[in-house]
Design a protein around this ligand. Structure first.
Ligand SMILES: O=P(O)(O)OC[C@H]1O[C@](O)(COP(=O)(O)O)[C@@H](O)[C@@H]1O
Ligand SMILES: [Mg+2]
Ligand SMILES: [Mg+2]
Length: 334
């Protein structure tokens, strides 16, 4: 069984920079993931469930585990020399690491330390999402917010950890998507899916239909398309919605399917954040032969305007996302 470290060294030409740097960056993510895995599995026994009484910059109630995961991942990244700073769903502003790191470390990391927060207290799969860029501020000057507001097509690596029936780390450096399953008995992530790709056809759609009333007309028309009887195209599709982007995406990646979080009444610009949810998942989707847009534009080409900006997300099997985009185009909202 090949470990993550062995795989990276074997594929060293896959990382556009130095293999050692990627190994170190992913080792930090792995370390954070192992700690979160350990404590999620006994969350009912230690005081990391429930809310902490505060809200994040987006006004969302912060779960204790959101903050716990954020602190563990931040500490793991600080312990590595390659990272100049981070941006996180749980941090109002960028966090510039101290000392020479701010002026000389090559990379910045953006993260959703715990994705699927509403699932935490009910023992349903959650995840961690990360996105890695090379700094654009010249070496010798401290990084700024500009280093984080890069379009998704400039990511050097991205991935997620899904804490489900097993804990898996899935990443890309732009040369395919690779998945590793955590063997907690030996504390190692082992290669389980090399170059994983979406099945060319899919028959599952993931969306919170509770928001139907305020969906764009194109989404309503697409959902009716999914529910029509047409055996030649495998319809009606199956509806599956876990309520955790990482878990829904992971199932669709393996089985084929589409995840949609369009604009809704409570989130007119969509709920998911461009920088640390849409972009890393879009990088993975495209590298696995899938597609990711806001219903009209390729996610990876969207120029970010602010750290926590939200974005509609249509992501998954390419043919299904193209179908949804066709309905968005043919039935524009008045
Ligand atoms: O409960 P809703 O509105 O359907 O939203 C569920 C979506 O929100 C999210 O939980 C947002 O992520 P966070 O939990 O990191 O805030 C996604 O993981 C999930 O797909
Ligand atoms: Mg999230
Ligand atoms: Mg989160």
């Amino acid at each position: 069984m090949k470990t993550l470290g062995e795989f990276i060294v074997e594929k060293q030409q896959d990382f556009p920079h130095a293999t050692g740097e990627l190994t170190s960056l992913l080792s930090a993510i792995k370390l954070g993931a192992k700690i979160i895995h350990r404590d999620i599995n006994k969350a009912g026994l230690v005081d990391i469930l429930g809310t902490n009484g505060a809200s994040n910059v987006q006004g969302e109630a912060q779960m204790k585990l959101d903050l716990y995961a954020n602190e563990k991942l931040k500490a793991a990244l600080i312990a590595r020399g390659e990272v100049a700073g981070i941006a996180s769903e749980e941090e109002d502003d960028i966090v510039v690491f101290e000392g020479e790191r701010a002026t000389h470390a090559k990379y910045v990391v953006l993260m959703d330390p715990l994705d699927g927060s509403s699932n935490i207290d009910v023992n349903v799969s959650v995840g961690t999402i990360f996105s890695i860029y090379r700094r654009i501020t010249p070496i010798g000057q401290p990084i700024t917010e500009a280093d984080f507001l890069q379009p998704g097509n400039r990511q050097v690596a991205a991935g997620y950890v899904v804490y489900g029936s097993s804990t898996m780390l899935v990443y890309t450096t732009g040369v395919g998507v690779h998945a590793f399953t955590y063997d907690s008995s030996i504390g190692v992530f082992c290669l389980s899916h090399e170059k994983v790709r979406f099945p060319t056809k899919g028959n599952m759609y993931s969306i919170n239909e509770g928001n139907y009333i305020k969906f764009p007309l194109g989404v309503k028309k697409y959902l009716k398309f999914c529910q029509e009887q047409d055996e030649s195209t495998g319809r009606p599709y199956t509806s599956r919605y876990i309520g955790s982007l990482v878990a829904d995406f992971h199932r669709n990646l393996l089985k084929g399917g589409i995840y949609l979080y369009p604009s809704t009444a409570s989130h007119p610009k969509g709920k998911l954040r461009l920088l640390y949810e849409c972009n890393p998942m879009a990088f993975l989707a495209e590298q696995a032969g899938g597609r990711a847009s806001d219903g009209f534009r390729r996610i990876l080409d969207i120029e970010p305007e602010e750290l926590h900006q939200r974005m509609p997300l249509f992501i998954g099997t390419e043919s299904m996302v193209k179908d949804a985009e066709r309905f968005m185009h043919n039935y524009p909202d008045e």
